[in-house]
Design a protein around this ligand. Structure first.
Ligand SMILES: C[S@@+](CC[C@H](N)C(=O)[O-])C[C@H]1O[C@@H](n2cnc3c(N)ncnc32)[C@H](O)[C@@H]1O
Length: 346
């Protein structure tokens, strides 16, 4: 019997269970911090509060690295043999889900994955040739979540492309984007913008134009400037001095909800603290006027998530011709990140 596992930001497991119940999945169980068990039937869901999905997951056991590796292969091989494109392996341990820098058992999980890869290289030449190369899009994913020295969950499944917004399962291990420390950033909030950019699979490019609403003190503007993007930052409070001095940053003092660009920009990013229902209003103006090609917009909650406001905002975007997805990232607090991109015509 297989199951579906979802990873999430630890401490948000109950919220993920509530969301799954709203999606019709009532039999859920919190297995570990950052890990929720659901029935096999939940495998195609893309919950906002899930960072990663492990579809068709099997609980396997083995007394040694060799034995576990063989059990992983038994689950993975049929999927890899049936697939056509590149594939990848993610070795996950529980500590990763809590953001532990050097989590226990990471080495053992890596050795199990390596043992499996060595066997495939030796015995499964056709499968081995399709092993993911740098830069290619993964079409199938083997995920190994080591629970203790002798037990692991293993998922092997095709990766569903969600064009133009990313893929599911997510192509980064446990759905946790690696965010490099940046001591020059004026606020730690730069981390959640980098997670969103990774999740979207779309990089802001040098020379592009962006608008940052609710920009102070400038964590997000800092990220965009590092990417070489020209930024118009709108807030009532100023940005950090190095950004105020930057000739490629235009700072506008005023109401971020009322401000509009004269022509379409490449990116709108917004981290304004406001009632959740105001996000739909903002998107109505920006998506309705096609004022930005890509958007990353935070919706902040007080207490429980406002599911209706979130759905309303996504509906507005989609009605206006944007692909829209929302995620609660590891660095998000009581807020979710909406990611939008214009769907090309034709
Ligand atoms: C969470 S902070 C933004 C942090 C920013 N993204 C960063 O990385 O540094 C929210 C900002 O929204 C601004 N804000 C809230 N309502 C606003 C409004 N109506 N107009 C302009 N700024 C607003 C606040 O002044 C505050 O600086």
């Amino acid at each position: 019997m297989s199951a579906t596992l979802f990873t999430c930001r630890h401490t948000f497991e109950a919220t993920l269970c509530v969301e799954l119940a709203r999606l019709g999945v009532t039999r859920t169980e919190i297995l570990l911090p950052g890990l929720v068990l659901a029935p096999e039937s939940a495998r195609d869901l893309d919950p906002v509060y899930a960072l990663q999905v492990l579809p068709a997951a099997h609980l396997i056991r083995g007394a040694s690295i060799r034995e576990i590796s063989l059990a992983v292969q038994e689950v993975a091989l049929p999927v890899l043999q049936a697939g056509e494109g590149p594939w990848d392996v993610h070795a996950i341990v529980p500590g990763m889900l809590k953001g532990t820098p050097k989590p226990p058992m990471a080495r053992r999980a890596g050795l199990i994955a390596e043992a499996m890869l060595a066997d495939l290289r030796k015995d499964q030449r056709a499968v081995w040739r399709r092993r993911q190369e740098q830069g290619s899009d993964t079409c199938a994913l083997v995920q190994l979540l080591l629970l203790d020295n002798e037990a692991a969950w293993v998922s092997a499944a095709p990766v569903r492309a969600l064009p133009p917004l990313a893929a599911w399962p997510c192509r980064v291990p446990a759905g946790l984007a690696v965010v490099a420390d940046d001591d020059g950033a004026p606020a730690s909030s730069y981390r959640k913008l980098l997670e969103a950019i990774t999740c979207m699979g779309m990089q802001p490019l040098p020379g592009q134009q962006a608008v940052d609403l609710g920009a102070s003190p400038g964590g997000w503007t800092h990220v965009l400037r590092r990417a070489g993007v020209h930024v118009t930052a709108v807030d009532r409070a100023p940005l950090a001095p190095h950004l105020m001095r930057d000739p490629q940053v235009r700072f506008v003092t005023g109401d971020a909800f009322a401000w509009r660009p004269e022509a379409q920009v490449d990116w709108l990013v917004s981290d304004i603290i406001a009632f959740p229902e105001r996000v739909a209003e903002l998107l109505q103006a920006w998506c309705g006027g096609q004022l930005a090609r890509h958007m990353i917009v935070q919706m902040k909650f007080r207490g429980e998530p406002d599911w209706l406001a979130l759905q309303a905002a996504l509906d507005v975007a989609r009605t206006c011709g944007y692909a829209a997805r929302a995620k609660h990232f590891f660095n998000d607090k009581n807020e979710v990140t909406l990611m939008l991109t214009m769907v090309p015509h034709g």
